[in-house]
Write a protein that binds this ligand. Structure first.
Ligand code: BGC
Ligand code: NOJ
Length: 794
């Protein structure tokens, strides 16, 4: 089988060994508010804060050829023209390698004895990408070459950049200095920001007008200036501004050259926009260029970035006998959690950066993956999210990162949303013990003066769901629940309306067993929290939870598994009575995690049903049989062909729900098997089939009813990251943060032997050796600051 790369565990890198991966395999750079996406051929783009409104590089989604646009270096070595990352010229290279690491990528190409290695990273301290290019003449001959750098600017708003050409093609403006090209489109009016691409030596020639550089009818693979070894020294006026810089270099045999490029973004105070009228104030850009002018400075900045990740990834480290487990837990899963937290669902190679804001539900779940890493940012995120809530507990489904305001276009009314605020806050509290967050004043809908405490928001959230019950005493689904394609209260026959925003029929009474399970699980957590606070509301919460458990047992059990829902007309979904969509995963996961009917054996039966009906070679599918035709009563779920997405795909996000429930039921073998199936490090054998990156989880892998089961899609930005993290760290390896300490309660097959965990927890460091002798069992370790070395035998 074709292999495209392998893990380098010691370096925390994935090494891609051929450029023609089955799909671009990308990485992310950035830790603050400047972020970049970079593929294994240097494609991609960067933005500051908001992928829609502050897009710096232009990128063409779904272009032909795939992955067009990026930071391209061209080497013209006589008649040979090539790129270190292979694209866009695709000249065959004698050597190619891309190493995706933590917040950086290093791409190396070699042709005819000339080696070019480019290190790309976003430093901790500045809003820029650094591109350090090392050239080395390994041939026995002197090389006289031309080197070109190239990026294409986006006119800031990534959406209008792709549609409003009657305006855009007239607005582009640049300034050129001997060692930097400045992109200042719209700076003359309301924008106080510009971008630049500079380098630590003067260039021999340049172009800023795209067509002058490429030629009107050429692609990125054949720029006319590169073909002829020249520059047009063009200054863009409108059309499409770019930054292409030329260097004429001579390298003796064995000689090396290093060029350092900085692709930066600057915001100026409105009163200090210009140096002289019409000329932008470049002070900050010059400061940034000076900060990365030498190799020594770049080494130091890169070392600082590595130290940042060393510190984060030093907080939870497992040493087991299973390398796939260790590399997933210690590196890639935590890394993906960070990226997902930063990006929410905005910018990936499947999310265009112009569509979605931050999801209320998504962002709360993302917290579970990062509270142990960046608790301060988690704290702020919780407060931001809560501030978009309405006084009645309802929520905007999304909010915009730039303004932090709820997004009216997407609407609200998803029945599950309010409960996720409890989920996220509890995760934060158990990790940090920082109860002060509960006293923070938080407004409703960002309206100043409307503040109540965060705790009050949680109460309102709970009440909102507790008081919106349907005919069976089960939770109403609203617009949809976690499965936002299960649209039970709207009936769309119009292909031009979005399922996500179609108006619901008023008074719809469809009920969700997924929310019922979530309500019970989160209700129990909430009651425990209220007890700790000595808050009398706990008893009311417990009563509501008890009533819900009774309702689920009475109306939500189908004999062998939990029902999924009752539709608008009160008919069952996810029942043996149904011809299609008989068994669904979400209600098995949530009701079993909530341990509803555990004593009566319902959880075990539900988990058995998941194994029997939903499991396939690559994981657990969402529903079986998938819907074979469009059913307007169910909405978007039935819009997908069978086996894809929410219609019978392996929606990886919900697999950990079942895995956690398996662990809670003490079923270690089942939990482990399900975990291995969705974790890419265990299954990279057929990389071509999987298509997407073998180092990160994807949202969906095509299910057993699909045309190509096992094909992955929507890699990177998915709640799968946080949920698999929770599942493996807390339930498989069994290190559960509690209010007063760590509960060690693993559920892992005995043949995996013993393992060691290093866990930073608040002001403490724990080194725990866990020896499995008979299991299951648990040990509570009370929290105490300091260093603790412990052995646990279970
Ligand atoms: C997808 C969902 C997604 C939703 C919102 C739907 O088309 O199937 O997975 O959450 O759109 O963007
Ligand atoms: C992706 C969305 O981001 C998430 O909110 C939703 O729960 C899942 N799709 C399932 O529909």
């Amino acid at each position: 089988m074709d292999s495209f790369g392998h893990f380098d565990d010691a370096a925390r890198e994935y090494v891609i060994t051929r450029p023609d991966t089955p799909w671009p395999w990308i990485n992310y750079m950035g830790t603050g508010d400047f972020f970049s996406l970079i593929s294994n051929t240097a494609g991609g783009y960067c933005f500051c804060r908001d992928a829609k409104f502050r897009r710096i590089l232009r990128y063409r989604y779904n272009g032909v050829p795939m992955d067009s646009g990026g930071r391209y270096f061209y080497v013209k070595d006589g008649a040979n023209i090539w790129n270190p990352g292979w694209k866009p010229c695709k000249t065959p290279l004698d050597f190619y390698e891309c190493r995706h690491g933590m917040g950086y990528s290093r791409i190396t190409g070699e042709k005819d004895g000339l080696r070019a290695e480019v290190l790309f990273f976003v430093p901790l301290d500045h809003r820029c990408e650094v591109h350090r290019l090392k050239l080395e003449n390994r041939s026995g001959r002197t090389k006289k070459i031309q080197l070109y750098s190239f990026v294409e600017w986006c006119l800031w708003n990534a959406a209008t950049d792709m549609e409003n050409f009657q305006r855009n093609l007239s607005t582009g403006e640049v300034e050129v200095e001997p060692d930097a090209i400045y992109h200042k489109t719209e700076y003359r009016e309301r924008r106080n920001h510009y971008a630049f691409y500079g380098v630590n030596r003067p260039f021999a020639g340049f172009d800023t007008d795209r067509e002058t550089f490429l030629g009107m009818y050429n692609g990125f693979d054949a720029p006319v200036q590169v073909l002829s070894g020249t520059s047009g020294n063009s200054v863009a006026h409108g059309w499409s501004p770019v930054a292409a810089e030329r260097f004429d270099l001579e390298l003796a045999p064995g000689a090396a050259e290093e060029l350092i490029f900085v692709l930066g973004y600057v915001e100026n105070p409105p009163e200090a926009k210009f140096e002289i009228p019409g000329v932008i104030n470049k002070a900050q850009a010059r400061e940034m260029l000076a900060a990365y002018a030498t190799g020594v400075q770049v080494d130091a900045a890169f070392a600082a970035l590595r130290a940042y990740w060393d510190d984060l990834l030093g907080r939870f480290v497992v040493a087991s006998t299973v390398p796939e487990l260790d590399r997933t837990v210690n590196v890639w899963n935590q890394y993906q959690c960070m990226i997902t937290f930063f990006m929410s669902r905005s910018a990936s190679y499947f999310e265009s950066g112009i569509g979605r804001g931050m999801g209320f539900r998504d962002s709360n779940q993302d917290l579970a993956g990062i509270v142990h890493l960046i608790p301060d940012r988690a704290r702020q995120r919780i407060l931001d999210i809560a501030a978009t809530q309405f006084p009645d507990g309802g929520c905007y489904h999304q909010y915009q990162p730039l303004t932090k305001r709820g997004n009216n276009d997407i609407g609200g009314g998803f029945g599950d949303d309010p409960l996720w605020l409890i989920f996220g806050t509890v995760a934060y509290l158990k990790e940090t013990g920082d109860f002060s967050i509960l006293d923070e004043p938080v407004p409703f809908d960002n309206v100043p003066g409307s503040e109540v405490t965060l705790l009050e928001h949680l109460k309102i959230s709970f009440r909102r769901v507790a008081t919106n019950l349907g005919p069976h005493g089960l939770t109403l689904i609203g617009r949809a629940d976690w499965n936002d394609c299960l649209n039970l209260n709207c009936f769309s026959l119009d292909p031009d309306e979005s399922f996500q925003t179609t108006e619901n029929v008023a008074g719809g009474k469809a009920e969700s067993l997924m929310i019922a399970g979530l309500f019970v699980a989160e209700g129990k957590d909430f009651a425990e929290l209220l007890d700790r606070l000595g808050d009398a509301a706990a008893s009311g919460v417990r009563a509501a939870v008890q009533a819900m458990e009774d309702a689920v047992k009475e109306h939500g059990w189908d004999g062998e598994w939990f029902l999924r829902a009752y539709d608008f007309d009160g008919r069952k979904i996810g029942s043996r009575e149904c011809e299609e969509g008989k068994v669904f995963i979400e209600s098995q996961g949530w009701c079993a995690m909530a341990r509803i009917g555990a004593a009566e054996g319902l959880c075990d039966k539900a988990l058995d049903a998941a194994v029997k009906y939903l499991e396939c070679e690559h994981g657990l599918v969402l529903n079986v049989p998938a819907y074979s035709s469009y059913l307007y009563q169910y909405g978007e779920i039935s819009s997908y062909p069978q086996g894809y997405k929410e219609n019978g795909g392996i929606f990886c996000h919900n697999n950990p729900w079942v895995i956690i429930a398996e662990a809670m039921a003490g079923r270690a073998d089942d939990a482990w098997r399900h975990y291995c199936k969705i974790t890419p490090a265990f299954g990279t054998a057929d990389q071509a089939l999987r298509k997407v990156e073998p180092y990160v989880f994807c949202q969906m892998v095509a299910g057993k009813e699909a045309a190509r089961p096992g094909e992955g899609k929507n890699s990177w930005l998915t709640g799968t990251a946080a949920w698999t993290w929770k599942c493996v760290s807390e339930f498989i390896l069994g290190v559960k943060p509690q209010y007063d300490g760590l509960l060690i309660e693993p559920c892992i097959p005995l043949d995996k032997g013993s393992y060691r965990i290093h866990r930073r927890f608040r002001e403490a460091e724990y080194d725990i050796t866990i020896r499995l002798v008979g299991g299951p069992g648990k040990v509570f370790i009370p929290y105490a600051p300091g260093r603790h070395v412990l052995e646990v035998e279970l």
